[in-house]
Structures are given as C-alpha cells and as structure tokens.
Write a protein that binds this ligand. Structure first.
Ligand code: SAM
Length: 288
C-alpha cells in the first residue's frame, strides 16, 4: 500500500466513509521523499521513542516505525483510528491514542519512554494550532531530544529568524530560550492532499539539555519579552513603560543603561541573552 499515492489516500478515505476535515488541518503528505527525509532527520538515535502529533492516515508514522524503536501517535480525529489500525497493523512498535494533544497528559503518557531512553517529537503539524502545540511541548519541561515539525513557511521564517531580522518576534525569543531552531527544507503546497493555500517548511529544534541562560525569574523573563514586542514600533523604553506600570521612566532609563543598551534601542534587536540580562535588572528594581 503506497500511502503517498493520492489515489490510494482518496480510496482509503472513501473506504472508511471519511472526508478531509478542514477544522483539524487535515492536509496529508503525498511526497514519499519528503516523508522519508523528515523521518530520517527527526533524531539521530534509533533507540529513541518518537511522539508523533496528528498521524492522519499514518503516512509519516509508517516511515517513523521503520526507523525508530517506538512511535506513540496522538490523533484527535476518532474517524481516523480504524484507518490507522488498517495502515499500521503490521507494526508492533506503534501505539495510537485518540487524543487531543492540547488536552493530553504528556508526562504520564511518555513516562516509560523517558525511563527507557531518548524521546523526540516529529509531526506534520495542523496549521491552525502550530504555536500552541509548540509552546505546550516547550513549556512541559519534558526533556525531549529534538522537536522536528512541518509548519507553515511564514511561521518557520519567524521561528528561525536571527535577532533583529524582519521576522523576529516574541515567539522566536521564547523558543531560543529552550533550544536552537534550524530550518531543514521547504515543501511546496502541491505535495499535500488536499493542497493547502500556503507553502510549508520543516524545522528541527534541538532542546538544550542544560540551558545556557539563568533568569532570576522565568515568568518575569517572559513578561519582559511580551512587553517588548507588544509595542513593536516603539522604542524598548516606551514599550517597557507600557508593560511595567510599576516602574518609573527614570528607573527604566537606568535599567537600560545598566544593561548597556542605547536609549533608542527597539525590542526586536535583543537576543534571548539580552532579554535575560534585561529581566534580571528589572527583577532587582521591581518591588517584590
Ligand atoms: N501526519 C499526517 C501526514 O503528514 O500526512 C497528517 C498531518 S495533518 C497536517 C494534521 C493531523 O493532525 C491530522 O490528522 C489531524 O486530524 C491531526 N490533529 C489536528 N489537531 C490535533 C490535535 N489537537 N491533537 C492531535 N491531532 C490533531
């Protein structure tokens, strides 16, 4: 069975009386070499467990199961569960759960996988919920090795942008706190059925095992990043005034000069290391 063949995909869907569900971002991959490249790239250690989000009809899951020790897949669409039994029945190393990843208790689900070895994430993510899924994975604190995801090209530009780049945003800085994002390759829209309106790209995030940054208060770090980007066209000084009403204009000027930043600097020039320095200075001055 060739799960990358458009005719086969449509036959399987009609055999199970299913339609492609737009509300779940169902655009299934139909280019075998792309699927294989993602499965190859998603981790180096074949003894790893792979968490796949949204297996669809099992196209990527199939290639992951051939390469890695175990695959745990979470699929929100109940209608696809019998399809996955059908397409992946030959694999003993695949477990499929009918679950919404946003509701899933990932810690319990992956406890034995982490006890046995490394765990990486691999997914062709549904576009409607890319950032919340990535934030859930990063904020979970679970020690994933790599997170490899296919996402909308524009979101990949944002996540992989250097500080000061035109696509650099709050989520870029937050991601850089957890690990290093690398863009692997682009995938045109015509490699999916149905074809989405936008092109895609595959990125791989290598999570830090030991984070190189030590904020005095993690929540304050995220609040500082949010404040800096909330007022994008303003100077950092004005953006911080709006985001930290507890601080006076003079205190903000002192904080910026103590950090060695020009008074006219804008938030989008700051790297994650700069944001850590800045939030640590704010921490010293903020009333506790
Ligand atoms: N992996 C398949 C492929 O590459 O062809 C399908 C990818 S498709 C872009 C996204 C998949 O994620 C769909 O199967 C969809 O039903 C599933 N999905 C959408 N939202 C989800 C959620 N919150 N939790 C788990 N799966 C979800």
């Amino acid at each position: 069975m060739n799960l990358c063949d458009i005719k086969t995909v449509k036959q399987i869907m009609s055999m199970f009386h299913l339609t492609f569900r737009k509300e779940f971002g169902q655009n299934f991959l139909t280019d075998r070499s792309v699927v294989q490249d993602i499965a190859d790239a998603c981790c180096e250690d074949e003894n790893s467990t792979i968490l796949e989000i949204g297996p669809g009809i099992g196209t990527l899951t199939y290639e992951l199961a051939l390469r890695h020790k175990n695959v745990i897949a979470l699929e929100i669409d109940r209608g696809l569960i019998p399809v996955l039994d059908y397409t992946l029945g030959e694999f003993e190393n695949v477990t499929v759960h009918n679950e919404d990843v946003m509701q899933a208790d990932l810690e319990s689900l992956l406890a034995s996988a982490f006890a046995e070895g490394k765990v990486s994430v691999c997914a062709n993510l549904p576009y409607y919920i890319t950032s919340p899924i990535l934030m859930k994975l990063l904020e979970s604190g679970l020690p994933f090795d790599y997170i490899t995801v296919m996402i909308q090209k524009e979101v990949a530009d944002r996540l992989c942008s250097p500080a000061g780049g035109k696509d650099y945003g709050a989520i870029t800085a937050v991601l850089a706190y957890y690990g290093e994002a690398e863009r692997l390759f682009n995938v045109p829209a015509d490699r999916f059925v149905p074809a989405p309106k936008v092109d895609s790209a595959v990125i791989r995030i290598r999570l830090y095992r030991e984070r190189p940054y030590a904020p005095k208060d993690e929540e304050l770090l995220f609040r500082t990043i949010k404040a800096a980007f909330a007022q994008r066209r303003k100077t950092l000084s004005n953006a911080l005034s709006a985001g930290f009403s507890e601080l006076s204009k003079e205190e903000i000027t002192t904080i910026l000069s103590d950090c060695g930043f020009e008074a006219s600097v804008r938030g989008e020039r700051l790297s994650i290391a700069d944001f850590v320095t800045l939030s640590n200075k704010i921490f010293e001055i903020l009333p506790q």
